[in-house]
Design a protein around this ligand. Structure first.
Ligand code: NAP
Ligand code: HSE
Length: 440
């Protein structure tokens, strides 16, 4: 079928890139909000403006934040055949009719970005071949681990890294439920309801708790990591719905936490991919991944271990990965921002004096009345607030440690100069900066 718009994205930087959206639920609405909220940043960094064109939904009367109702349609051809659309973003989910729509778009030469692991884990190889033969692109970063850029890392940075294992927490909903249950915060049912309310769960949450969602993601990750097509049906999976409360307590007594893991390995040249709940030692890096966060531990012959951690579900987080794919597609054009151009936002560089930290200062002082008060006055005069103080007697002197709240380097340097001038201070004060919650 030849569609009205079968051209690649118009290279003219003056014309906005118009996006046809399939689906406008949790991720779709967040994507529209992101495009509108970050429009200036996107334009400055990529040299292109993005705009949302027609949007396919099931029900045009549903309230949707920040969406112009006139853009909504229930006819997919209003999106797929719109001659002004440059690129399709698919965030409706499911295998059909979505697969049919994406085939139509790709055959027409339209680039496609999708968050759809259900479809990719079953028809990814065929859709990629179709994109290739149509001379266009299919990108799917958000289909595994939402906001974590793991697919791009595997496809580009680690393409030749001889990955032999991919072990991950790849479902945000179940990790959220397990985290809440293990800290005794919520029951299974309440935690699942909360994950649904927060937009983490699939339209059918049994996909999450039964392990199918994680299996789909592991099929996608294993396909890319091992350069071999792994189909959803190749991945045996178990979910968390069969776990018993007593196993959480027993695991804890034994020094483990229970996580839903995806495990993909090269074994004797073959590929094994599975999803199941597993006991993870409390000291393991994966044990510390909590809430809706995901993590993927990549093991490789060349770079040993790389672990990527970040948001594994959520509208805004997923929309960020979808946007990244859109920008990657724009970036593949000759002379685009990804081809050697450095975006210049014209932001001033701060001098070291302007940067802020909390500080740890260690001093040797003579042990005599009023010394601590004089040191405290130096900090006060420099505008630095003291958070804690330790004083330890050492022979005829004392070791004094002061930890401050956040303050500028300039203030700290002034305080150090004043202390160096004090005859009660012996030797050079030692200064360290704290990794504070507000920044380092
Ligand atoms: P959602 O909230 O259920 O939204 C789905 C949207 O698609 C809705 O706007 C719905 O229309 C529309 N839609 C569904 N079937 C349709 C059909 N047959 N025809 C027309 N419109 C249809 O789902 P979501 O959470 O945004 O997820 C979307 C996709 O992103 C899924 O593939 C999901 O696996 C993936 N994903 C989600 C997350 C997340 O955290 N939520 C993270 C990563 C990936 P109505 O609004 O009219 O019902
Ligand atoms: N339902 C999925 C999850 C969304 O909870 O991980 C991200 O793919």
């Amino acid at each position: 079928m030849t569609l009205p718009n079968s051209s690649a994205i118009d290279g003219s930087p003056d014309r906005p890139v118009r996006i046809g959206l399939l689906g406008c639920g949790t991720v779709g609405q967040a994507f529209v909000r992101t495009i509108s909220g970050q429009g200036e940043t996107i334009a400055r960094a990529s040299g292109r403006r993005l705009e949302i064109g027609p949007i396919l939904v099931r029900d045009t009367s549903k309230p949707r934040d920040g969406i112009d109702l006139r853009q909504l349609t229930t006819d997919p051809q209003d999106v797929l055949r719109d001659p002004t659309v440059d690129l399709i973003v698919e965030v409706m989910g499911g295998v059909e009719p979505t697969g049919t729509y994406l085939r139509q778009a790709l055959q027409a030469g339209l680039p496609v970005v999708t968050a759809n692991k259900q479809l990719l884990s079953r028809h990814g190889a065929e859709l990629l071949a179709l994109a290739q033969s149509s001379g266009t692109e299919l990108r799917f970063e958000a289909s595994a681990c939402a906001g974590i850029p793991v697919i791009k890392v595997l496809r580009e940075s680690l393409l030749a890294a001889e990955i032999f294992a991919v072990t991950g927490i790849v479902n945000g909903t179940t990790n959220y439920i397990l985290s809440e249950m293990s800290r005794g915060g919520m029951s299974y049912a309440d935690a699942l309801a909360q994950a649904q309310a927060l937009g983490y769960a699939e339209a059918d949450p049994s996909e999450d708790v039964g392990g199918a969602d994680a299996a789909a993601k592991m099929a996608i990750l294993a396909s890319i990591a091992f350069h071999t097509n792994v189909h959803f049906d190749d991945v045996p999976f178990e979910g968390i719905d069969g776990l018993h409360g007593e196993d959480f307590d027993l695991a804890k007594d034994l020094g483990f936490v229970i996580k839903l893991l995806g495990v993909a390995r090269l074994v004797d040249g073959g590929i094994s991919v599975r999803v199941h709940p597993a006991l993870v030692p409390e000291s393991h890096r994966l044990a510390a991944v909590r809430g809706a966060d995901n993590a993927v531990l990549l093991e490789s012959g060349t770079v040993r271990q790389i672990m990527l951690v970040g948001p594994g579900a959520g509208g805004t987080e997923t929309a960020s990965a979808v946007l990244a794919d859109v920008l990657s597609i724009l970036g593949t054009a000759q002379g685009s921002f990804l081809q050697n151009a450095l975006a210049d936002a014209g932001r001033p560089l701060l001098s070291p004096d302007q940067t802020e930290s909390a500080f740890y200062v260690r001093l040797r002082v003579v042990d005599r009345p009023g010394v601590l008060a004089r040191i405290a006055t130096v900090f006060a005069n420099s505008g630095l607030s003291i958070r804690s103080v330790i004083q330890r007697g050492e022979g005829d002197g004392a070791r004094l440690v002061l930890v401050t709240h956040m303050g500028s380097e300039a203030r700290m340097n002034a305080a150090l100069d004043a202390m160096r001038d004090m005859e009660e201070v012996r030797g050079e004060p030692v200064l360290l900066r704290l990794l504070a919650e507000e920044g380092a």
